[in-house]
Structure formats: C-alpha cells, structure tokens
Design a protein around this ligand. Structure first.
Ligand SMILES: [Zn+2]
Length: 426
C-alpha cells in the first residue's frame, strides 16, 4: 500500500489517496472511502463528462480529474489496483503524473500468475470532432503519435511519438505538466472550475510568455502532457492496449470517444469468437464422423469437428472451449485456463485424423509418440474457439510420421509443437 495527498484542481478540496493491490482481472477500481467504500470502476461506461478533466460517475457518485493517475498506472504497466480516495477529486499534485509514478514505483509491481489480457486493436478506429482527430490502428506495441498546434509563441507546432515500453512513461511523459492560458482563467473561475489552480500545479501562459518562474521541464512539455492525457483517457478501455494512436489536437472528449469506440470494436470481435457451429467444409467431418475415426470420448475427445483438409498433408479442426469442461474446475479455481497438455492432445487428435486419411485405412491408428519444439504462447480461456492446425512434414516410412501443429484463438497462435507418431494396428 502506498499513499499521497494534495488538493483537487477544480474543487480545491484536500484529498488523500491510497493504492492497494488487487487480484487479476480487477482493472482499476476507485473506492470513495468518505462514502463507505463506494466503488467506481475506471471504465468507459463510468465516464460522465470530460470538459476540462475526465470525470467518472456511477449512480450519482462522482470522481473528477482521474486522467493523470490513470496515465501513471497504465504507463507503468499496472493492470489491477484498488484506489481509495476520501473526496470527489483526484489531487492535481504538480499538474503532472510524476508523483503518482514515484509512489507506484516505490510500491513495486507484483507479477500475477494469470497472464494479463491485452486489448488488440484489429481494425483502424477513427474519431473526428471539429479540427480534432484521433485514431488507433493495429500494432504490436502501444505507440502514441501526437501533434498539437497553438498560435502561442511558447508552443507553436509540437509533435512527438512515444512507444510505451521500457520505462518510457517515467522518462518521457510523467513529468509533463498541464497548462492553461491567463485569458481563459476568468471564464473557468466563473464556471466554478480550477478553484485549486495555481502556479504550483500548472503552466500558466500569458499572451506572449508564461507566469511560472521555474521554466519548462521539456522544450516540448505541452505535447508531452497531451500524450499523458491520451494515455490516461484510453486507460478507461480497461486493459492494456496493443495499437498505434495518432492524435491531432487531441482533447479529453475526443479521447473518451475513441476509448468507447475501441471497447465497442473489441466487444464486436469477442462476440464473433463465441463458440458456434460451422458447416463442414469441403471434405470436413462432423462430430459423428470424427468419433468413427478417433477412439477418444468425452472428456478426452478434444476435436468437435474437422473443418477441412488441404491436399494430402494439411488439416484443420476446431474445438469450442466451453466453461463446462471438467478440467476448468481444477485449473485453476476462479481463474480457469485450458491446460497446455490438452492443447497438445488436441493437436495429436487432429494430426492422427490426417494420418488416418493418408493411410487410407481405418484398420490402423496413429499413436502419439513424442513432441518437440512445444511452445505455449497465450492462455486459452472458457469461451474461446480453438482452431487446430496440423501439417504433415515428414513421413519416413509407413510406420512413422511427423506433423507440425498449432492451436489458434482469434487469429493468434496460442500453442505449437512438432508431433511424432507411429502406426499400430487397431
Ligand atoms: Zn492533463
């Protein structure tokens, strides 16, 4: 547990926050300790409004200015945390995320046993609002490119590209402060905003300079803070992101809209991967035909059907991994993942169907002898559809065979290996 305190930028109230460890799949959950621990999850569904700060609300309870703390959590790779807050706004600290990053680093990050889920961006998502534009497209890492353009002489056009890995957040982004203009201050004050604002927690710009005596922390501190805000706002998708963000004059509202679109796209794709029946393709086999070939039966039959063969050497099968699989009960209670050895078994069963077809005889069965180069790349969860590929790469004699196999979920290889077989009479 670590803590810090300060005042709210908009409300000027004193606030105390504590970060506490949370179990896998919790995400970021705020708790209003002044309201009996009322919980506000940091999700797109909770976003109430985002004028000058990002505000969460659930059944009338709100929490303001969450974006800099969320940026620090996401930027430092924290996936699960309870954040206890004793007032209605996260403290502004010095206007940056540096203090939050420091306390997170001081607390340390525990690696949890369950592989963390990443939100893979699969199609470009684009959002436009006036002259603001923000998009995200598929990428292997989380990268943000941002461009801003202010007529102010200290800002002008600034652009920066940051890939969030290896401490980049702490080094490049965390210390960049929020900023405002003197000619907007009166209007904001009249709107009852920035009541806690001061030169201690923002860069304040006059028409041709700045009021702060201390100077800038980076020559391009302004675009760095915009990237900080994007990371914080997109943290509301509830998972780490793999995608490339391109932002032109971003703002909280456009960022939140993009976050909502990302979640929508992800839900649509997740719905597509829900188990469903497939028509048997050219030469596919349904469950009865599979059971005519394989001697395996529930719960050891790991193939629901064969989708098809490609020539004499390739074959693809599928299995809908249901939450009712007996192995989930003990592997592991509360956090079910499909055991890797059963994925190998699924590969072996699909490969032996392929071998059977090759042998053109149902009187012999391929026995699985050994496995090489086995790798488990991603966890398989209840609800996943496993596509099992087998390709014959060597048939030295009519007694031995080798098949290169892989299991795929949502277009990503989750496990692979080379399997050796020998043929025996049934
Ligand atoms: Zn900000």
């Amino acid at each position: 547990m670590v803590e810090t305190h300060g005042i709210g930028l908009h409300t000027a109230v004193p606030v105390h926050i504590q970060l506490l460890p949370a179990p896998p799949d919790t995400g970021y959950v705020f708790r209003r300790t002044d309201l009996g621990g009322f919980e506000l999850p940091a999700t797109v569904e909770s976003v109430a409004h985002c004028g000058y700060a990002t505000t969460l609300m659930r059944t009338g309870v709100m929490l303001s200015t969450v974006e800099h703390l969320l940026a620090a959590l996401r930027g430092l790779g924290v996936d699960n945390v309870f954040i206890e807050v004793d007032n209605l706004e996260i403290p502004i600290m010095d206007g940056s995320a540096e203090n939050f990053a420091e306390i997170i680093e001081r607390a340390g990050i525990v690696h949890q046993p369950l592989a963390r889920r990443a939100l893979l961006v699969r199609e470009k998502v684009f959002f436009e609002q006036g002259n603001r534009r923000i998009s995200i497209e598929p990428a292997d890492t989380y990268q943000i490119d941002c461009l801003i353009d202010f007529t102010h002489p200290m800002i002008g056009v600034q652009s920066l590209s940051v890939e969030l890995s290896d401490g980049a957040f702490s080094r490049e982004i965390a210390a960049a402060r929020t900023f405002g203009f003197t000619d907007e201050i009166e209007a904001l004050r009249r709107a009852n905003l920035i009541r806690g604002g001061s030169l201690e927690n923002a860069i304040v710009l006059t028409p041709d300079g700045m009021l702060n005596q201390t100077g800038l922390r980076f020559r391009d501190e302004f675009v760095r803070h915009k990237i900080l805000d994007i990371i914080g706002d997109l943290a509301l998708v509830g998972a780490r992101i793999r995608g490339h963000v391109i932002a032109l004059k971003p703002g909280h509202a456009a960022n939140a809209d993009l976050a909502r679109e990302i979640v929508k796209q992800h839900a649509k794709i997740a719905a597509l991967s829900v188990p469903r029946t497939f028509p048997p393709g050219e030469g596919g086999l349904d469950i009865n035909q599979v059971m005519e070939i394989l001697p395996h039966r529930f719960p050891f039959l790991m193939v629901d059907r064969i989708l098809g063969f490609e020539g004499e050497t390739k074959c693809t099968g599928m299995k809908a991994v249901s939450v009712n699989e007996p192995f989930f009960a003990g592997h592991f209670p509360g956090h079910p993942v499909m055991p890797g050895v059963l994925q190998i078994e699924a590969m072996a069963q699909v490969a032996s169907i392929l071998l059977m077809k090759l042998a053109k005889s149902a009187s012999r069965i391929g026995y699985f002898m050994s496995a090489d180069e086995v790798k488990f790349r991603k966890p398989v969860f209840p609800g996943d559809t496993l596509f099992i590929h087998a390709e014959l790469i060597k048939a030295r004699s009519n007694r031995l065979a080798k098949a290169r196999c892989s299991c795929v979920v949502n277009d990503a290889v989750v496990s692979e290996g080379d399997l050796m077989f020998t043929f025996l009479d049934k």
